[in-house]
Design a protein around this ligand. Structure first.
Ligand code: UT7
Length: 399
């Protein structure tokens, strides 16, 4: 029997702090008119407390998606976090989210495909479900790019914003859900958009920091040209792969990087009507992997997506990468009894307590074993010291 994967939960979270174009005018040589006309962006949300991180934004979006799906975190078999601003090179941000959710039955990993990452992750989740390796998968796109942009570089700092979006894919025998995906890459353009330092090729050093190599670098014009071409091509391809035509598609949810990219690809090249394209980048800027799930969540809550609708999600990004997925929206979700809702939310304090207990237990054993190891080390040092003393006293008595 075929296994389908339906989107049964969705959610988003953006930090409270809003930076308007007027705010940017005060810190860098730019102006509201340029930003609006060249990008379509009016404002963006950014993290402003050290306690807000990619994982905390991701966890908030994931909780919203679980609430919508009426599922407890223990129902998750896998958590995939697509991100270009992970908490660390390792461990995976997904593992930190797994712990924060108390998703005790889930595997967790990060996926790096830049702004195409969410659609890549959606395709991976669908593959896990279709091949019977998982029943329920959380797919998150989450970013705190404000921590990686150079706030004195007007070419990049006006573009990006922070936020997170999440969906839950679940196995079903009802046709629909993820019907097709197209994933592409062209590494010959890797240098066009990158964060040069901090990896193994150019480890962080005083020099890399002095040169600003730990900030995002971009050839905006080249990325723009690439984006307009692949967005149209990938959309055409995914629709054909699903055996549909563009007329069947109810809504296109494109990566929200620049309104001119959307206009020149989806609207002009595909001649797709504007009222069937979801655009919200004027309020969030480019949130990279989070932009599509944030837009999708808003589109659903505004009633722009109904059961049975065909929805295309399409993106592009560093790598270079591009990705498109075609999803048939599933039936309405059944209402949950109050006690199930209560239990689902009561889980989070329990998850925090469980995590704290496990950390404390690990620290206790580390201390206990560590102190024994130190004693052994000290004994060895003492033995060496004594034998050296004995040797030198022997030498003295021979003299
Ligand atoms: O998720 C993937 C991430 N990346 C992208 O999606 C980026 C794709 N590229 C773009 O969206 C556009 O190329 C940008 C928005 C980055 C730039 O727009 P553009 O129309 O390609 O501008 P440009 O780079 O050709 O610059 C035009 C002028 C230049 O001045 P001159 O040389 O003509 O005097 C720039 O120095 O605009 C100037 N400029 C600015 N002026 C005011 C560049 N950035 C700014 C700014 N404010 N922030």
């Amino acid at each position: 029997m075929s296994r389908y994967s339906h989107i049964v939960g969705w959610g988003m979270y953006v930090p409270e702090r809003v930076i308007t174009n007027a705010d940017l005018e005060r810190i860098v040589d730019t102006n509201d008119a340029w930003i609006r006309s060249r990008t379509g962006i009016r404002e963006r949300h950014i993290v402003d407390k050290p306690s807000e991180t990619t994982a905390t934004l991701a966890t908030r979006a994931a909780r919203a998606a679980l609430e919508k799906a009426g599922l407890p975190p223990t129902a998750l078999d896998m958590i995939i976090v697509a991100t270009s601003s992970p908490e660390h090179i390792f461990p995976a941000t997904a593992c930190i989210v797994q712990d924060a959710l108390g998703a005790t039955n889930a595997g967790a990993y990060d996926l790096s495909a830049a702004c195409s990452g969410f659609v890549y992750a959606l395709a991976m989740a669908h593959g896990l479900i279709a091949s019977n390796q998982a029943d329920t998968v959380m797919v998150i796109g989450a970013e705190t790019l404000s921590r990686l942009v150079d706030w004195s570089d007007r070419n990049t700092c006006v573009l990006f914003g922070d936020g997170a979006g999440a969906v839950i894919l679940q196995a079903s025998d009802q046709p629909g859900g993820v019907l097709a995906s197209v994933l592409g890459s062209d590494g010959s353009g890797a240098y066009l958009l990158s964060l040069p330092a901090g990896g193994s090729r150019l480890p962080a050093s005083v020099e890399t920091v002095r040169n600003g190599d730990h900030y995002i670098k971009m050839d905006g014009k080249a990325v723009f040209r690439f984006a307009t071409r692949v967005m149209a091509e990938a959309t055409r391809e995914v629709v054909a792969k699903a055996g549909l035509t563009l007329d069947d598609v109810t809504l296109i949810v494109p990566h929200q990087a620049n309104v001119r990219i959307i206009e020149s690809s989806v609207l002009r090249q595909l001649k797709f009507p504007k009222e069937r394209v979801y655009i919200n980048l004027e309020r969030y800027g480019n949130t990279s992997t989070a932009s599509i799930p944030i837009a999708l969540t808003e589109a659903v809550s505004e009633g722009r997506i109904q059961p049975g609708d065909y929805v295309v999600m399409v993106g592009f990004g560093a790598g270079l990468t591009w990705a498109a997925a075609l999803v048939q929206w599933g039936p309405p979700l059944p209402a949950l009894p109050w006690w199930r809702r209560l239990w689902n939310t009561a889980w989070y304090p329990l998850a925090r307590a469980r995590s704290a207990y496990r950390r404390a237990r690990r620290r206790f054993f580390a201390y206990w074993l560590g102190s024994r190891e130190r004693t052994e080390e000290e004994l060895q040092r003492l033995r060496k010291l004594r034998s050296r003393q004995e040797e030198s006293s022997g030498e003295r008595s021979e003299e």
